[in-house]
Write a new protein. Structure first.
Length: 344
């Protein structure tokens, strides 16, 4: 069977070969529908970008690093899988470095490319904050930053619609007539990144309907966004005696834990309490009932991050220095399933 070419992908997707090249390079200014058609054609044809010869000529190792807080949290595990797949399409290998949600681990990850045969790094910090942004200056290798903990005008950055996603999740419950909506996943840390932004979306949705935030409906999860902490946060809200008819959880693992606690206590989902998560992890499809959630564009995050890093590495090989850093915000969508009432 002949090996598929970029031209084959272009014909299958109904676009030009240049558009295929731009998608695989992570060029951000492409319609999401076009990007999706190209990536679907890549998968259907099994196309792989052969850059072995280019790597030999340029002195690149063909290995990139990925630093994420942990792989045990489903979002990061599935993000790593997407990044590995995007890298394989470019004949790149990935060294994954779980940093353990520690400052020490994240600082070590930033040092790693200097000591190992890694060409560049995709970095998702959880403990480094905006005051640490100067650590990204003068690294000596290309870096793509993920998430919301810190921003820098010196490096490419891929992020998501945290505020809009949480607002859409809250609006869905409000549209269903729910008014006592808990927020599960609050953090006391003053620079809590996604938690702060998702709470803002939740608060803005309530305030737009003239509803004040009730502190009794805030479920805290300072020990991490895992199922057990979601169940404990939900229990604390229910134990306060406050009436609850909806839940917006700041990730799907928290939502699944909250659903467990609600059902143990005899609350019916979604009849008594509607529940919305965030991340659209695989487990969300198979909970009982299936979890309504925000899909933050994880595949888009992975594809663009790898493409941007690959493009920067190619620039370095050609002796091209600089170029305006790219900020890419992945598209999000609300995936409605059985854990929320059907729309009127």
């Amino acid at each position: 069977m002949p090996v598929p070419t970029m031209a084959d992908v272009a014909r299958r997707a109904g676009v030009s070969a240049k558009t295929v090249s731009n998608v695989l390079a992570g060029y951000p200014y492409i319609r999401e529908s076009t990007r999706a058609r190209v990536l679907a054609a890549v998968d259907e044809l099994g196309y792989e970008l052969n850059v072995t010869a280019r790597n030999f000529r340029s002195g690149r190792t063909g290995v990139i690093g990925l630093a994420v807080p942990e792989l045990g949290q489903p979002y990061f595990g599935e993000l790593a899988d997407e990044i590995l797949a995007a890298a394989r399409r470019r004949d790149l290998r990935v060294v994954v470095d779980p940093t353990g949600f520690t400052r020490e681990g994240e600082l070590a990850a930033l040092r790693e490319p200097r000591r190992r045969l890694v060409d560049g790094l995709i970095f998702s910090p959880a403990t480094l904050v905006q005051a640490d942004a100067d650590l990204l200056d003068g690294l000596g290798y290309p870096l793509v930053l993920l998430g919301e903990q810190m921003f820098s005008d010196k490096v490419d950055h891929v992020t998501m619609h945290n505020v809009d996603g949480a607002r859409a999740a809250t609006d869905l419950l409000l549209d269903a007539g729910r008014r006592r909506i808990a927020a599960i996943g609050m953090l006391h840390a003053p620079t809590a990144g996604s938690a702060t932004l998702r709470f803002r979306g939740y608060r803005e949705a309530l305030e737009a309907r003239g509803i004040a935030v009730d502190d009794r409906l805030l479920g805290w999860a300072d020990e991490g966004w895992h199922r057990g902490n979601g169940a404990r946060a939900m229990a604390a809200v229910l134990d306060s005696g406050v009436e609850v008819d909806g839940v917006v959880a700041f990730n799907d693992a928290l939502a699944l834990g909250a659903m467990y606690e609600l059902q143990v206590r005899g609350r019916s989902i979604p009849q008594d309490v509607g529940v919305v998560g965030f991340d659209d992890i695989e487990d969300a499809r198979y909970s009982t009932p299936a979890l309504t959630t925000v899909d933050p564009g994880r595949r888009d995050v992975a594809e663009v991050a790898v493409g941007l890093l690959d493009r920067r590495l190619a620039d370095v090989a050609r002796g091209v220095v600089g170029g305006a850093p790219v900020l890419h915000v992945a598209d999000m969508r609300l995936v409605e399933r059985g854990s929320t009432p059907a729309r009127p």
